[in-house]
Design a protein around this ligand. Structure first.
Ligand SMILES: NC(=O)C1=CN([C@@H]2O[C@H](COP(=O)(O)OP(=O)(O)OC[C@H]3O[C@@H](n4cnc5c(N)ncnc54)[C@H](OP(=O)(O)O)[C@@H]3O)[C@@H](O)[C@H]2O)C=CC1
Ligand SMILES: CCCCCCCCCCCCCCCC(=O)[C@@H](N)CO
Length: 280
């Protein structure tokens, strides 16, 4: 696939990176990608064991002896004060953050009427507020320093509302609104905001999601291949560094038509078999 360049990246600024969701999947690969370029990394997630394991894994890619991987165990979606405090503590150790990657997130799929009401709340808290809180905690320093990057990890489902994603898609659409509004505010301060819209990507989170996907969602997903987390991470880091709009968004629009017909086909088949059941 041409969109994934394999050329080596050079980070253009001193680099102290914070990655939420950095202990797994796409976030972990983003952390590795940046660490390989000599960055200092702060991993932010809840599970301490997973954080420590990932820290060890990342440290294998060390390129100089000053590099540090710091771990912070915190729930990014619960308490703003707590998030602000721990991010401040990390910056006291490593200096001000140059780039924040908001990658912590989770998904639930199902038909609208089948999804638990509290899942709508939980997804909005983790995927949306869990990106608002860390960003809100670092933005003042970035503006003062007249430099910084903030990355939001949305999804293809943040561009297209797809069958099965009534709880998830809105949280990812919300990130786009946040990013665009925030970008307008902080551009004069030389702070840049980017949004990534990855397609299905092979990660522990994706494997978990796949266990309970409705048939329609599965068929829609199968129309495109599953990406590797390393590839997706490379594109996200590159877009954040060179600041240009993602290709995923444009490509996504072309898929809509064919997805509608998959859903229609499933519905007709279901109705046919239901009426056949009745007449039996
Ligand atoms: N994989 C895919 O197909 C796609 C994923 N995305 C998005 O990319 C991001 C990463 O996905 P993926 O790599 O698959 O996810 P994983 O489930 O593999 O990893 C999620 C990471 O987020 C952390 N996390 C989850 N909830 C919280 C929380 N409340 N507070 C702090 N950390 C949290 C997890 O650690 P812990 O549980 O220990 O807190 C883990 O480090 C998500 O935002 C997802 O929506 C977008 C498009 C496609
Ligand atoms: C190379 C560009 C290809 C563009 C393909 C567009 C087709 C999209 C179909 C699948 C949509 C599902 C997206 C949800 C991903 C997600 O966020 C969850 N998997 C999270 O776990």
């Amino acid at each position: 696939m041409m969109i994934f360049s394999n050329s080596e990246l050079t980070l253009p600024f001193s680099n102290n990176f914070q990655v939420t969701g950095g202990s797994s999947g796409i976030g972990k690969c983003i952390a590795i990608e940046c660490y390989k370029q000599g960055a200092f990394i702060t991993l932010i997630a809840r599970d301490e064991n997973k954080l420590l394991q990932t820290k060890k894994e990342i440290e294998k890619y060390c390129v100089n002896d000053k590099q540090v991987v710091l771990c912070i165990s915190v729930d990014v979606s619960k308490d703003y004060e707590q998030v602000e405090n721990v991010l401040k503590q990390a910056q006291e150790k490593l200096g001000p953050v140059d780039m924040l990657v908001n990658c912590a997130g989770t998904s639930v799929t199902g038909k609208f009427e089948d999804i638990e009401v509290n899942s709508f709340e939980r997804l909005m808290a983790v995927n949306y507020l869990g990106s608002v809180y860390p960003s809100r905690a670092v933005i003042a320093t970035m503006k003062e320093r007249r430099m910084g990057r903030i990355v939001f990890v949305s999804s293809q489902a943040g561009q297209l509302g797809l069958f099965g994603y009534t709880a998830y898609s809105p949280t990812k659409f919300a990130l786009r609104g946040l990013a665009e509004a925030l970008q307008m505010e902080v551009k004069p301060y030389n702070v840049y905001v980017t949004v990534a819209y990855p397609p299905d990507t092979d990660t522990p989170g994706f494997a978990e999601e796949s266990k309970t996907k409705p048939l329609e969602t599965k068929l829609i997903s199968e129309t495109s291949s599953v990406c590797q987390a390393e590839q997706v991470a490379r594109v996200i880091v590159k877009d954040a560094v060179v600041v240009c709009m993602g290709i995923f968004r444009i490509v996504g629009l072309f898929y809509l038509g064919s997805f509608d017909s998959i859903v229609r086909r499933c519905m007709m088949q279901r109705e046919k078999s239901e009426s056949a059941d009745k007449t039996e």
